[in-house]
Ligand binder design. Sequence first.
Ligand code: BTN
Length: 273
Amino acid sequence: MDLDPTRVARELDRLGAPVGRPLSIAAETASTNDDAKRAAAAGAPHGATFIADAQTAGRGRGGHAWHSPPGENLYASIVLRPRVAATEIASITLAVGLAVARVVARAVHAGADVALKWPNDVLVDGRKIAGVLVEGQLRGDRVVSLVAGVGLNVRTRCFPAELSDRATSLALAGAGDLDRSAIAAALVAEVGIVAAAFEAAGLAPLLREIRAADFLRGRGVDVGGLRGTAAGIDDGGRLLVRDAGGVVHVVASGEVLFGGMVEGCSTGDRSSP
Ligand code: BTN
C-alpha cells in the first residue's frame, strides 16, 4: 500500500512537522475523528495523528456520510491542544481548510482554481476535493482538545452518482504525484503550521490568504433561509451575507447553498458532497 507509516513518519521528520506524532495508520477504522477523539479524551498529546486507508463510518458536517473507500484517498485526524477559547473553534475550521488548500494547490495542475468554500470545503475548479470536520472537547469556555479531521480525495476518478457532478480528486485535477504517504505528511505538516499560527495570533495572519481563496464572495447564497450575496469573511472567520435590502448579516455557522455570481438572480445548488 502507498500509505506506509514508516514513509509518512520519515517525511514528517524531513519537513520538520510540528505535529504528526504519535502516528497511527490503520488499514480500516470506523472514523479517524472518533479514533482521535477517544485518544484525546484519554490524554493523547497535541499532534497525535490518526490516518486510515478506509473508513466504514466516515462523517462529514451535519452528519453526512463521508465516502471513504480503501486504496484511494486520505482520511486523517489530528489532535490539537491550542490555548484558545471555545468560540474560536469555527475559525479554526477555516484555518485547517487553508492548510489543505495550500497542499492541494501545490499538487494540482498549474492553472487550477483552488478555493475555500466557507466554512469547511476545499474546491478545485468549483468541485469539492476535500472537507474539514473540526470537533472539540470543551471545559467551560476553554478548548481542552480539538480534533481536526480532513478527508482529501486523491485517486478517486469515479464518484457515486450523487457526488459525480460536484466532487473531484487530485487525480482528476491533474496532480502528477499520487503517493499518499507524501501527501499525508504534507497535509499533516501544513495543519500543524496553521495551528501554530492560529494559536499565536488567531486568524489574523491567515486572513489575507483565506479571503483571496473565498469561493462564495459575490455569489448568491442561502444560509438557513437567509438569502443574499456573500460579501466576504469577517475578522472572526464568519461569513458576511448582504441581503436584497443591502443589510449585511454576520453568519457564524450553517450550510451554504450557492448559485452563480450575482448580477440579477441566482440558481440554488446544494454544495456539500
Ligand atoms: C465535510 O466536508 O463535511 C467534512 C468531511 C470530513 C471527513 C473527514 S475524513 C477523516 C475524518 N474522519 C471522519 O469521520 N471525518 C473526517
